[in-house]
Design a protein around this ligand. Structure first.
Ligand code: FE2
Length: 405
């Protein structure tokens, strides 16, 4: 977890995962940085009848309840859940100790993927919330009601401390459960999770068995129903399977996980930004076009200009494929995006970039590789105080083995 505050402009600090020896020339060897170290042996997925996947009791009971930020400032929350027997109500009933009960209406959607048909996936946005306030909310009205709560963030400002949890490449194995438990039990108490992509790993199953999207939703509910997880799309969200007749990328992900992309002027849910406390968080898509003249390129070019560091001194970027990676796993997969956007990150002094994808932890010094012009030979990263720190946290516990080489 990283505690954000302006008193400290030091690199985003303490991420609770494993530390490995780094080998890039400009990267220092930080050694082991946490006592929480995952075993190297391959793990397996928790069986379908595991308690973490239990369907809540009651007729048409809401399941897979999850929340995320619903606007740019943190005064709105998107509440999502799935019902199975029938659509049921789209209403969220919510209140705080200082306000009477209010209702918000949303919509539901469904989708098919090969031979799978989803439940009724509800998304309802609650708006005009007060900052720094605990709200209770109820879904499942008219059938089986379930109650949860969340705390809105403090008003955006330069001296507002906030603690983010960081998780990537989670999956639904026994190790995934350890990761989530470790996060929940951490005495630093994360207030929101920055999730850097690769959620359920359903696509590793025959026919991308989307039942594993449902089990993942039930597994993570115990955290994400109570605090927002800020979503980034990873390669396991693409679900592009022409052999199954499934040619629309990100179909399950976009139906299940809504994000407030329109609030930041984005035209697609894969790249967007939010402000939260003292942080400005930009989410990018490693798996959407990012070359010159693409929608993501135009958006990011405008977006970086909007960041007011006297309001949000912390500028954080989330993406799935890391730009700097000293492991042989996924080596250089982030390179073409780095070539496109790294000069902007240096110009606008991004503080820290979190990525997943590589199943390991590593953290760089501030470094850049923007001087190369084909003929000058300056083509290795150098220390650069205007550049971000790069942190890879892709060891969330999925069944694909850890990167160790
Ligand atoms: Fe990945």
């Amino acid at each position: 977890m990283a505690k954000m505050g302006t008193s400290s402009r030091v690199a985003a600090a303490i991420v609770v995962v494993l530390g490995f020896v780094l080998s890039l020339a400009v990267v220092c060897n930080g050694g082991k940085t946490s006592s929480f170290v995952r075993k190297v042996e391959k793990t397996v997925d928790m069986p379908l009848d595991s308690d973490v996947f239990k369907v809540p009791p009651g007729y048409n009971a809401p399941q897979q309840v999850h929340i995320t930020q619903g606007d740019q400032l943190g005064k709105a929350v998107i509440v999502s859940w799935v019902t199975v027997e029938e659509p049921g109500s789209n209403t969220v009933l919510y209140w705080s100790a200082y306000s009477k009960k209010q209702k918000s209406e949303g919509k539901f959607t469904t989708y098919k993927f090969y031979n799978y048909t989803s439940g009724y996936i509800h998304h309802t946005t609650i708006r005009n919330l007060k900052f720094n306030t605990k709200y209770y909310y109820v879904v499942g009205i008219g059938h089986t009601e379930r109650q949860f709560w969340f705390i809105t963030p403090p008003k955006v400002g330069p001296d507002v401390p906030y603690t983010f949890g960081l998780i990537g490449d989670l999956g639904q194995s026994f190790d995934s459960n350890k990761t989530l438990t470790h996060y929940e039990l951490n005495p630093q108490k994360g207030q929101a999770v920055l999730f850097v992509g690769d959620l359920s790993y359903a696509d590793n199953y025959p026919n991308h068995d989307n039942v594993r999207w449902d089990t993942w939703g039930r597994f993570t509910e115990r955290s994400v129903a109570y605090q927002p997880w800020i979503w980034t799309a990873g390669n396991h969200e693409i679900d592009f399977a022409p052999e199954l007749g499934e040619t629309k990328p990100f179909k399950p992900y976009t139906h299940r996980y809504h994000v407030p992309y329109k609030a930041s002027g984005s035209t697609a849910p894969f790249w967007y930004s939010i402000k939260r406390a003292s942080a400005y968080i930009i989410v990018l898509s490693s798996y959407s076009a990012y070359g010159k003249y693409t929608p993501q390129y135009f958006w990011l070019e405008q977006e970086l200009r909007k960041v007011n560091r006297s309001e949000t001194p912390w500028l954080i970027v989330l993406m799935h494929a890391p730009w700097y990676n000293s492991y042989n796993f996924h080596y250089l997969e982030g390179e073409t995006m780095r070539v496109m956007y790294e000069p902007w990150f240096v110009k606008y002094k991004v503080d820290v970039v979190f990525a997943g994808h590589v199943h390991a932890y590593e953290r760089s010094e501030r470094m850049s590789n923007v001087a190369y012009n084909i003929v000058n030979g300056i083509c290795i990263p150098v220390k650069d105080q205007s550049a971000p720190v790069y942190i890879t946290i892709g060891d969330g516990g999925n069944t694909e083995v850890l990167a160790t080489k």
